[in-house]
Write a protein that binds this ligand. Structure first.
Ligand code: NDP
Length: 484
């Protein structure tokens, strides 16, 4: 099999296998064919990985930030050099078109390695002068062994978004990809070793939720960073709390995108397309509730349908294809179930809505209009190519409706009224907001959610605070005054 890795796991700098683990079949979503066979980690493998990460941590943290950063930046360079091959792998793992994976996956992982590699040398504590000559200094310390658990939509990116800041701060990591897309994290581990990372610094083990759960509760683990759904996040957060572990939770969303009648319609339609159909809609921050002001609703829907006719659906390895299959049959059936619910609850299907008659898990880009706030498709995360268009009349009304959700990952507004744009984003209950664009996530900017969509932030300088902690040292320059 062309994409069969040397073994299922990467521990202590080497590929490791244990065929006693439950079988994992990796399926190419565009054809349904099995492209690799792996094994879920057994307790022996989990033990090896945690021991390896634990044993490697002190020496890794003892390197200078410059030395750690150099290794991360070297890994970033290797990823960029191999971008095409890594993208081919990512396309086979996820089904996403090569047109996307060559610009948004390994490259995004490389950005994180480069950015945090660059920051590593400048991570410091501070000096705090006090009265009478006393002072405090703080020491920024690594947390220890960190666990990363990934979703299946951006496997390379998630492996790097978690690994790069963790390693920059002097932590080591055990990363568990989603069993649906287990292949590319192994490449990240291989590349880090090639770039000079000591063995044990970044380990990858495969497995289902039970493997993730056993990592989260292990006493050797200091921090858990999860990208996944809200129900999983709730379980992982609770399990981590028992051991008082640090957490970052990047969870799901049902984000609003508001289009006012003064917006540039072409840009708003582009934003809605990017925010609903990129990666066949399997993006956590998608703006799946598109609120369009009533006066431009029909014009918006007309342009949207015309533009969707230009989506090129097909073989994701064809560079002209812009819309690929969903990641799995299961995920496709979930989305189809939501489409049926949308129809049954009275939403107006204006585009798509059907499975495409070919091998693989292809679903048409789908748009519902006349969606109302209480319909299931407007409340629950679908994680597929299904857009809900709702209409509104006033700013006050749409603001309240946009925030009326348990989620708070992202939110966007399209308008040419400058003050209104800033007023709207100030009112959004969401961690990541957009004005006149949607879904960009550069490594320089914090990314993450409010409310049920998560805790903590990935990327940017803020991620450093989530992968390190401060030790406070009070230094007295005076005699100690005791009351007796
Ligand atoms: P899941 O929540 O099902 O799984 C996420 C990961 O957690 C998987 O690796 C899974 O393993 C693992 N897991 C499941 N149960 C447990 C447990 N009890 N303890 C520890 N680990 C566990 O999400 P999906 O993989 O289905 O991904 C889709 C979800 O991810 C969507 O809700 C989406 O919104 C969210 N997401 C959020 C992003 C963000 O940055 N906010 C980005 C991308 C996706 P296994 O798969 O083997 O069960």
């Amino acid at each position: 099999m062309k994409f069969q890795p040397r073994a299922s796991h990467f521990i202590d700098g080497e590929y490791v296998e244990d065929t006693n683990g439950t079988a994992i079949e990796v399926i190419y979503p565009a054809t349904g064919e099995v492209i690799a066979r792996l094994h879920s980690a057994t307790p022996v493998i989990v033990e090896q990985a945690l021991n390896s990460a634990k044993n490697a941590q002190a020496a890794w943290a003892a390197l200078s930030g410059t030395e750690r950063g150099r290794i991360l930046r070297r890994a970033s360079d290797i990823m960029r050099e191999r971008n095409y091959d890594l993208s081919v792998l990512e396309t086979h793992d996820t089904g996403k078109p090569i047109q996307e994976t060559t610009v948004a996956d390994a490259t995004s992982g490389a950005d994180a390695l480069e950015y945090f590699g660059g920051l590593a040398a400048s991570l410091t504590g501070e000096h705090i002068p006090l009265g009478g000559g006393d002072f405090v200094y703080t020491i920024r310390e690594a947390l220890g062994v960190c666990v990363g658990i990934g979703a299946w939509n951006y496997p390379t990116q998630i492996a790097c978004w978690k690994g790069a800041p963790a390693l920059a701060c002097g932590n080591t990591m055990v990363f568990k990809p989603s069993e649906t897309t287990p292949l590319s994290a192994l490449k990240v581990a291989e590349i880090l070793v090639e770039a000079g990372a000591p063995k044990g610094v970044y380990n990858v083990i495969q497995g289902y939720g039970d493997v993730g759960a056993s990592l989260v509760t292990d006493p050797r683990v200091a921090k858990v960073s999860l990208t996944g759904s809200v129900p999983t996040g709730r379980k992982v957060y609770a399990a981590a709390a028992d051991g008082m572990k640090h957490v970052t939770m990047e969870l799901g969303g049902k984000s609003p995108m508001i289009v006012f009648d003064d917006a540039d319609i072409e840009n708003a339609v582009s934003g809605a397309i990017l925010g609903n159909f990129y990666s066949s809609g399997q993006v956590c921050s998608n703006g799946t509730r598109v609120f369009v002001q009533k006066s431009i609703k029909e014009a918006f829907l007309k342009r949207l349908s015309e533009r969707l006719d230009h989506a090129k659906i097909g073989d994701p390895m064809d560079e002209n294809v812009s819309f690929g299959p969903m990641v799995s049959e299961n995920q496709m059936n979930i989305a189809l179930g939501y489409i049926e619910k949308g129809k049954a609850e009275g939403a107006r299907l204006i585009y798509g809505g059907e499975r495409i008659d070919r091998d693989g898990y292809f679903l048409q880009p789908t748009v519902f209009a006349d969606v109302t706030d209480n319909m299931t498709i407007a409340r629950e995360e679908i994680f597929g190519p299904v857009m809900s268009v709702l209409d509104f009349e006033t700013e006050e009304e749409v603001m309240a409706r946009a925030n009326d959700t348990e989620f708070g990952l992202a939110a966007g507004v399209f308008t040419n009224d400058l003050t209104r744009a800033h007023r709207i984003v100030a009112g959004f209950e969401a961690g990541t907001c957009y004005i006149n664009t949607y879904n960009l996530a550069p490594v320089e900017a914090p990314f993450g959610g409010s409310k049920m969509s998560g805790v903590g932030r990935e990327n940017s300088k803020l991620a450093i605070n989530h992968f390190s902690e401060m030790k406070t040292v009070y230094v007295s320059m005076n005699d100690v005054e005791a009351p007796y």
